[in-house]
Design a protein around this ligand. Structure first.
Ligand SMILES: O=C(O)CCC(=O)C(=O)O
Ligand SMILES: [Fe+2]
Length: 191
């Protein structure tokens, strides 16, 4: 029997390989400014095939068209996002300009996001949290069970989803308790 089947992990707090997290990535002033910017975007209810999700989003650079199941071009990444995108690239050790897609999302209280992996067109995924905290949950199949991990994503924090966290683990956010915004930065695979 393996350690895993016995429920014995080397470190139960370790979490998925390829997941990195930094608290206080930006200060409260920058957070308020970014919230102001995102809140005044023409956010659209997330369209997932015939269903309408409840979170509201705006995509820049590229957007994934769920109806056509392909990437489409979107408005260019706005100037006000560029400094924090550059800061996120530097923290992740990515070349300047690697972030080619930016997704701004608003979650009202009671809204979350279901289990998924981000589209394979994208490579690395970075996420800046604004407003309310959330539980950022991860799971992956392990035999007939799920291996799980929860990251408490605090406002002003940044996460990086790369490696196994990106390729093997799914993530989701249960309904948030108060309004949360996120700015997600994605690099592109093979571009
Ligand atoms: O709000 C977030 O931090 C992440 C949202 C997410 O997982 C996604 O849009 O793919
Ligand atoms: Fe995601």
């Amino acid at each position: 029997m393996t350690q895993q089947q016995l429920g014995l992990f080397a470190d139960p707090h370790e979490g998925p390989a390829g997941l990195r997290y930094a608290e206080n990535f930006i200060d409260a002033t920058a957070e308020q400014e970014l919230i102001g910017r995102v809140a005044t975007l023409p956010l659209q209810r997330f369209q997932f095939g015939a269903f309408e999700g409840n979170r509201r989003v705006a995509s820049f650079g590229y957007r994934y068209d769920y109806a056509l199941q392909r990437l489409a071009e979107a408005d260019p990444i706005p100037d006000w996002v560029l400094p924090v995108a550059r800061q996120a690239e530097a923290w992740a050790g990515l070349a300047e300009g690697s972030v080619r897609q930016v997704l701004c999302t608003e979650y009202e209280a009671g809204i979350g996001i279901g289990w998924h992996r981000d589209k394979p067109h994208f490579d690395k995924v970075l996420g800046l949290s604004l407003g309310a905290p959330c539980k950022f949950r991860f799971r992956r199949r392990s035999g007939d069970k799920w291996e799980r991990h929860t990251l408490e994503a605090l406002p002003r924090s940044l996460y990086l989803i790369d490696g196994e966290a990106r390729s093997q683990w799914e993530h989701s956010i249960p309904p948030v308790e108060a309004k949360r915004y996120s700015i997600t930065f994605r690099t592109m695979k093979g571009r």
